[in-house]
Design a protein around this ligand. Structure first.
Ligand SMILES: Nc1ncnc2c1ncn2[C@@H]1O[C@H](COP(=O)(O)OP(=O)(O)OP(=O)(O)O)[C@@H](O)[C@H]1O
Ligand SMILES: [Mg+2]
Length: 351
């Protein structure tokens, strides 16, 4: 199994004249895990289907390594795919489900048996080969779906929200399993669709953010978290306070207060959005002080989440070890370090 990577080169997909994937340019390097993150309907599944060959682009090309596979049918692309609603064949035993892609590819029986055993072993399902899907839990069924995708020894694995049907605890267990699986198959490129930013941040080498048929941005989790390019990305990758500010010569004005931040290339007088992560907001006096009124407070296990109204804007603060938490209606001061704020050029472009 040698790595090949995926390249989308201006891939456009339209249904009945409506463009649902708009000139996607994206490269997944050999062995890389790329998360495709974005709201419902933004085109994530469509991108995967275009890579797998289940939908024909109106224009653009798909490459696996240096092979142009745009015109190839799905079974000749060397891609394993786990679809959004994992679809095991209910009347087939686990082993036959996993062997399915091998039969279609006419892999000789003895070799197929070996590969099925290997794929089930890798997903921790070796002991369940003779069972039917109805005799498995949701998480186990999901492992079988992954085993089925692995059995063909793909260069590229496409996973479409593989954990969305599982409860939170099972999901974090499976997430660790997927990370382990990837360590065992370091050459396999993975394109992983999710709504869940936690999954994307945990698993991905890079995250591609989709919005309304377009690729909005692509970068490492750290890049997108620390220095998002726009308000949409900031709010989609982690929690964010997005505050409308006016740019001055040395900083910005927020709710009447002067804040010294790096204004980068934003011109004085221009409207802009200041992004501050809730866990970087402190309670009490400090630099860049904001005065407001507590509207709500939530206990979240390791932190208190405070919602504070500051000059008509809602500011979130995640506070650890709060000895004497304020109550709704209390006046409070908030502060943050200038270097923890990022100035984004546009206004808030998404709710
Ligand atoms: N077969 C189809 N015929 C017509 N429109 C389609 C078809 N498949 C998808 N669409 C439309 O294309 C757009 C993108 O769909 P897609 O399934 O790629 O979204 P998604 O990002 O995967 O969303 P979700 O997170 O809900 O799965 C949607 O508006 C959807 O209604
Ligand atoms: Mg989808």
């Amino acid at each position: 199994m040698s790595g090949s990577g995926i390249r989308f080169d201006g891939v456009t997909v339209a249904y009945d004249g409506t463009v649902v994937l708009d000139a996607l340019d994206l490269v997944v390097e050999p062995g890389e895990v790329m998360a495709l993150l974005g709201p419902s309907g933004s085109g994530k599944t469509t991108a995967l289907r275009a890579a797998a060959g289940f939908v024909r682009p109106a224009s653009g090309r798909v490459f696996l390594g240096d092979r142009d596979v745009t015109a190839l049918p799905p079974h000749r692309r060397g891609i394993g795919m786990v679809v959004q609603q994992y679809a095991l064949f209910p009347h087939m035993r686990v082993e036959d489900n996993v062997a399915f892609g091998l039969r279609a590819r006419k892999v000789p029986r003895a070799e197929a048996r070996e590969r099925v055993a290997e794929a089930l072993e890798m997903t921790g399902m070796g002991a369940y080969a003779r069972r039917h899907p109805r005799e498995l839990s949701g998480g186990q069924q999901q492992r079988v779906a992954i085993a089925r995708a692995l059995a063909i020894r793909p260069d590229v694995l496409l996973l479409d929200e593989p954990l969305s049907a599982l409860d939170a605890q099972l999901r974090s267990g499976m997430l660790a399993e997927l990370a382990r699986l990837h360590r065992e198959l370091p050459d396999v490129s993975i394109l992983y669709v999710t709504h869940d930013q936690g999954e994307a941040l945990t698993l991905a080498d890079r995250i591609a953010v989709m919005d309304r048929a377009r690729l909005k941005t692509c970068g490492t989790p750290q890049e997108l978290y620390r220095a998002p390019a726009d308000a949409f990305t900031a709010s989609f990758v982690g929690n964010a306070n997005l505050l409308p500010v006016t740019v001055g010569a040395r900083g910005v004005t927020l709710a009447g207060a002067e804040i010294e931040v790096d204004t980068g290339g934003v011109a004085p007088g221009a409207p802009a959005t200041l992004c501050v992560r809730p866990h970087l907001v402190g309670l009490g006096e400090g630099p860049n002080r904001l005065t407001g009124t507590v509207r709500e407070i939530q206990w979240r296990g390791t932190t208190h989440r405070l919602y504070v109204e500051v000059d008509g804007h809602r500011v979130m603060a995640d506070l650890r070890e709060l000895k004497d938490p304020p109550v709704p209606g209390d006046p409070v001061d908030l502060h943050f370090a200038a270097e923890d704020a990022v100035l984004l050029p546009a206004g808030v472009d998404h709710g």
